[in-house]
Design a protein around this ligand. Structure first.
Ligand code: GLA
Length: 567
């Protein structure tokens, strides 16, 4: 009835598959369907997403449901797009139940073949963790102390794959029922538990959910980062902003309404950065339930509201836009899920927030007016003049080859600190640090040296970048041996006094930069200017200028205004 009604009004529908929230009877009848925490406690029904992604009962019941829905609606003329499940992993980043244990063993057996190969990859001779068979392996459950890091890394890969498996099952059922429409699911920006680079090829179109906090004056920066990441997942296919809020959400401790113009400015930011659709959660506010305070297109107070008017106005403004082309970035920043998982494990020289550090580089590029793609470590880098790959701790041979090729081709590549440290199993390679790219940089790392540990009370060490002003380094003051590189900056003071802090080795037109510390904001901007060589003027702080094809968007995130110019 609803689809007929929409169709009669010329409205197309994106139909969801309804598998994201099993009803209470499912977990009551099949208790194994309920997921478990790392300490073995069970998640019950009464909220949503209470299912174990590897439960045979969940797989069977959800397949029956999707078969019924797709069988009934696949050829309905209103259905233009399929939305599989919802925000995979959002509330339950991982399941540690016996279902998960069984499926993890199968996944590992496929990856390693023999248990001895796994023992070698995980280094299980340490702390007598050697496994006699795959049957002895459990998910990284609650344990007295640090878990085997290679095992944790594989469990993260497995978790991402097991949710991807659900997506693929549903997509297959839709196709078998004759549903030829594009199939997607809604991503959540740089969501930690899922490696969207592995997911992206399986989605016909990328869709993202985005809820910047109106209270945070810098939220538009993080949003710019995720929009660039989401666009770069499928560079030639415009993406969909599937969910955002018209106004306030309900799930933060303090849920500020959006300022006048803010919803439009953030919507246009998505369009400028590659989106071809702007949608909302939700159509109409609900009378009951957890989200009854969440904003909607149609609020409780009805159509006589600014919220309603702002949504109608946005529709008018979007219709008035000219045809939009591609966002043609010539610079890339590497954001790599496997590196995030590996970098953020414990027992390292210093604790790091991987996403925050990558975002800081993105922000510095934003402030210098440089438009970037956000790509994974093994991405095709052939279209870029400059590549920023901070924190490439886990470096596969393929990623190393890509960076080497980029430098050889004449691009500028910046890496470090804490880069080229381990292989894909989080193991040191023979030969110490920087075994893959040492020759490209012309330097070798001999010690990492965490500033906080080596100089108690002194968290930062000054770095002097010749001609570009001094800045402070943070977190690391690595000890470098220079084989054949130009030293651009040296540490001043502390344990690494006078030692190289930033180096550059030229390879024809190509330049390979190594940074032995995490620079402060001034340092990031100085290095961005040196490596990316921006040509235009830097935008006024708090504003962004983005060119998409022939159209230029100037967005002021303080005044919440947008100017669009083009043919
Ligand atoms: C997510 C979900 C929606 C809704 C919104 C609320 O994006 O997909 O169902 O819960 O959050 O912000």
């Amino acid at each position: 009835r609803v689809l007929d009604l929409l169709h009669a009004q010329g409205i197309g529908a994106c139909l969801a598959t309804a598998t994201a929230s099993p009803p209470p009877w499912a977990g009551i009848r099949y208790p194994g369907l309920l997921p478990e925490d790392r300490d073995g406690s069970r998640f019950w029904h009464g909220s949503r997403q209470a299912y174990s992604p590897t439960s045979p009962d969940y797989l069977r019941l959800s397949a029956e449901l999707v078969t019924a829905i797709a069988g009934r609606y696949a050829s309905h003329p209103a259905v233009r797009l399929w939305h599989v499940n919802n925000e995979f992993g959002c509330h339950l980043p991982a399941d540690y139940s016996d279902n998960a244990a069984r499926a993890f063993r199968v996944w590992l057996a496929e990856r390693y073949g023999q248990i001895e190969a796994l023992n070698d990859a995980w280094g299980t001779q340490f702390w007598s963790q050697r496994y006699g068979s795959f049957d002895e392996i459990v998910p990284p459950r609650k344990a007295p102390y640090s878990l085997n890091p290679a095992g944790v890394l594989d469990f993260k890969r497995f978790t991402s794959d097991s949710l991807l498996n659900l997506f693929l099952n549903e997509k297959r059922i839709i196709r078998e029922a004759g549903g030829g429409q594009p199939v997607t699911t809604n991503f959540m920006g740089a969501f930690e538990p899922l490696d969207y680079h592995r997911w992206a090829p399986h989605l016909d179109v990328i869709a993202d959910d985005s809820y910047p906090d109106p209270n945070d004056p810098d939220a538009w920066r993080a949003a710019a980062f995720t929009r660039d990441l989401i666009r770069s997942l499928k560079p030639d296919t415009p993406w969909l902003l599937m969910e955002q809020a018209t106004n306030a959400v309900n799930w933060r401790p303090s849920n500020a309404p959006k300022a006048p113009g803010q919803m439009a400015a953030l919507s246009m930011q998505a369009v400028a950065r590659g989106a071809d659709a702007v949608m909302f959660f939700q159509w109409r506010q609900s009378r009951a339930g957890s989200e009854k305070f969440h904003s909607a297109m149609l609020p409780h107070a009805g159509t006589g509201t600014d919220t309603w008017r702002s949504v109608v106005q946005l529709g008018t403004d979007l219709e008035a836009l000219p045809a939009l082309g591609r966002v043609g970035a010539r610079v890339a920043v590497v954001y790599d899920w496997e590196n995030r998982w590996a970098v953020e494990q414990p027992d390292h020289p210093v604790a790091l927030d991987y996403l925050a550090e990558v975002q800081r580089w993105h922000s510095a590029l934003l402030d210098e007016g440089v438009l970037v793609d956000v790509v994974d470590a093994e991405a095709d880098l052939s279209g870029y003049d400059a590549v920023f790959a901070p924190l490439l701790y886990l470096l596969t041979e393929r990623a190393a080859d890509g960076l080497k090729a980029a430098v050889a081709r004449g691009a500028a590549v910046l890496t470090g600190p804490f880069s080229d440290v381990v292989d894909e199993h989080d193991r040191f390679r023979h030969g110490g640090f920087t075994t893959q790219l040492g020759d490209v940089w012309g330097v070798r790392v001999t010690e990492f040296g965490a500033l906080a540990l080596s100089a108690p009370g002194q968290q930062r060490a000054p770095v002097d970048v010749g001609g570009l002003g001094a800045f402070d380094g943070t977190h690391f003051a690595e000890e470098l041996t220079v084989d054949s590189a130009e030293v651009i900056a040296r540490f001043q003071g502390g344990r690494t006094d006078a030692m190289p802090a930033v180096t550059m080795r030229a390879h024809g037109e190509g330049r390979a930069f190594y940074v032995a510390t995490i620079p402060d904001d001034a340092g990031l901007r100085a290095l961005v200017r040196m490596v990316a060589r921006p040509t235009g003027p830097a935008p006024r702080l708090g504003t962004e200028t983005v060119r998409r094809g022939e159209v230029t968007f100037e967005i002021d995130h303080e005044a919440h205004t947008v100017a669009v110019t083009g043919p």
